[in-house]
Design a protein around this ligand. Sequence first.
Ligand code: COA
Length: 168
Amino acid sequence: MTAPRESDNRDPVCQPLSSEQAASLARLFARLRQADSENFFHPHPLTAKEAAVRANYSGRDFYCVMLQENAVIGYGMLRGWDEGYAIPSLGIALDPSIRGRGYGLILMNFLHDAAKKRGATRIRLKVDSRNHRAIELYRSLGYVLEEQADRQLIGFLTLASADSRKDA
Ligand SMILES: CC(C)(COP(=O)(O)OP(=O)(O)OC[C@H]1O[C@@H](n2cnc3c(N)ncnc32)[C@H](O)[C@@H]1OP(=O)(O)O)[C@@H](O)C(=O)NCCC(=O)NCCS
């Protein structure tokens, strides 16, 4: 019963966000609100309306989800390209019930790959200085974080070999 299992359909998968995930994404947003995750993650209101907007978005920015058995358990984004910035700004959030399993790392690596495929050489992010879990995750990936005003840290990561697979 307790034998280690091979990869199965409970393993999380990351993929670009699509319109059919709007309702499941809205349910994730509701769980994030219930867990007060909005204190640390507030790229936009965590409402069903915003879930529908993001799920039907088309543009240069990138939105993705982490799925487990077709349910959205994570959400990630690279934003700023639409506004003309060269360095995308990254954000992630995981369902409170599946944190601490290393899924944050999987989602981060997926976003880094997506950024490289879109030609980015660096990524930026902002994180609250009290968000120790996220800070540990970002530092473990090589982000260099600097203090800013209002308890915010700003972080940058230089992506390795971003220009070696332009056709990927
Ligand atoms: C940030 C977030 C995505 C991290 O995902 P996660 O998979 O749960 O991350 P983990 O629990 O694996 O923790 C990442 C690292 O932080 C460390 N960590 C975990 N809990 C910690 C805590 N309470 N204090 C300090 N470090 C902690 C872990 O040791 C881990 O490092 P390791 O991989 O070397 O063991 C997730 O916590 C989340 O969705 N938070 C709410 C939204 C949010 O804050 N988003 C980021 C906004 S900038």
